[in-house]
Design a protein around this ligand. Structure first.
Ligand SMILES: Nc1ncnc2c1ncn2[C@@H]1O[C@H](COP(=O)(O)OP(=O)(O)OP(=O)(O)O)[C@@H](O)[C@H]1O
Length: 259
């Protein structure tokens, strides 16, 4: 679905990515982890076309976004759904209007049709019917996430990008959101690119984990294999107290590297 090759991203003298390679496979949930500031969000934004890379190639659905005309790039971008950190909903629009925006702009639906479909999408994410007329400021954090997910799903994306979807949710709300992602992925069959710090989410939902460190993807593999890599950050993260707790909560079996 996504092929990233020799990606470099630099802001002024700050090098974020250097020769970063990554593949995202059809139908998988790929968790992207790494220390704060390692460039997870920049990578997400680069893949969806919101950040122009310094150099390198990104192919989405087999097409290099940099080589496409603006019109063709927009067609590809419409097949991607993005849930931004914080939700990024329009504060002056209610939820059904928020979700209707891409349906009106990109699918050419009339406002009544778009708002009808928006209510269906909101229901899909588990929001009650009365939430459709509420404004973002009137919602709990968990409801904002669900509404933002409904908007990301508006155009039936083939790849869903989630940037820290459970940040700020209480553990029960976060676990419910994890289940929702899994249920929707199984029902709708999309691929998920998931940036997270949440170990419980990683164990509960991800098919593979990509670890960003040293300006590149250090490893991308199944969680039980990643957790055995002899790297200080990986060991602290997966086999520290929180990692062990998340692992035992899901019955996962991570192993420390041979000493
Ligand atoms: N538009 C920009 N201009 C300049 N610097 C930027 C820009 N966007 C991101 N950066 C810098 O790139 C680095 C990586 O940022 P990014 O948000 O991708 O990190 P992250 O791994 O997602 O971090 P966190 O886990 O804390 O969210 C940071 O140092 C950030 O300040």
């Amino acid at each position: 679905m996504i092929q990233v090759r020799e990606l470099c991203n630099r802001f002024g003298s700050q090098v974020i990515h250097e020769n970063l390679d990554l593949d995202v496979m059809t139908g998988e949930i790929l968790g992207v982890v790494g220390g704060s500031g390692t460039g997870k969000t920049v990578l997400l934004r680069t893949i969806v076309g919101l950040n122009r890379p310094t150099s390198g190639h990104i192919r989405v659905f087999g097409q290099d976004l940099q080589e496409l005309s603006a019109g063709d790039r927009s067609l590809i971008e419409q097949r991607l759904g993005v849930l931004f950190q914080g939700g990024a909903l329009f504060s002056s629009l209610n939820l059904q209007e928020n979700v209707a925006v891409p349906l009106i702009e990109h699918a050419g639906l009339s406002r009544p049709d778009a708002e009808h479909l928006a209510r269906v999408k909101l229901a899909l994410t588990g929001l009650p019917p009365e939430a459709a007329l509420k404004y973002p400021a009137e919602l709990s954090g968990g409801m904002v996430k669900r509404a933002a997910l409904a908007r990301a799903l508006a155009l039936d994306p083939e790849i869903l990008f989630l940037d820290e979807p459970t940040a700020g949710l209480d553990p029960i709300g976060a676990a419910a959101f994890d289940r929702l992602i899994l249920t929707l992925r199984d029902a709708l069959g999309f691929t998920v690119f998931l940036v997270t710090h949440d170990l419980d989410t990683l164990y509960a939902t991800c098919d593979r984990i990509a670890v960003l460190a040293k300006k590149r993807v250090l490893v991308a593999d199944r969680l039980e294999r990643v957790a055995t890599i002899d790297d200080p950050w990986i060991q602290d993260y997966f086999n520290g107290p929180r990692g062990r707790a998340a692992s035992s909560a899901t019955g996962a079996n991570t192993l420390r590297p041979q000493e």
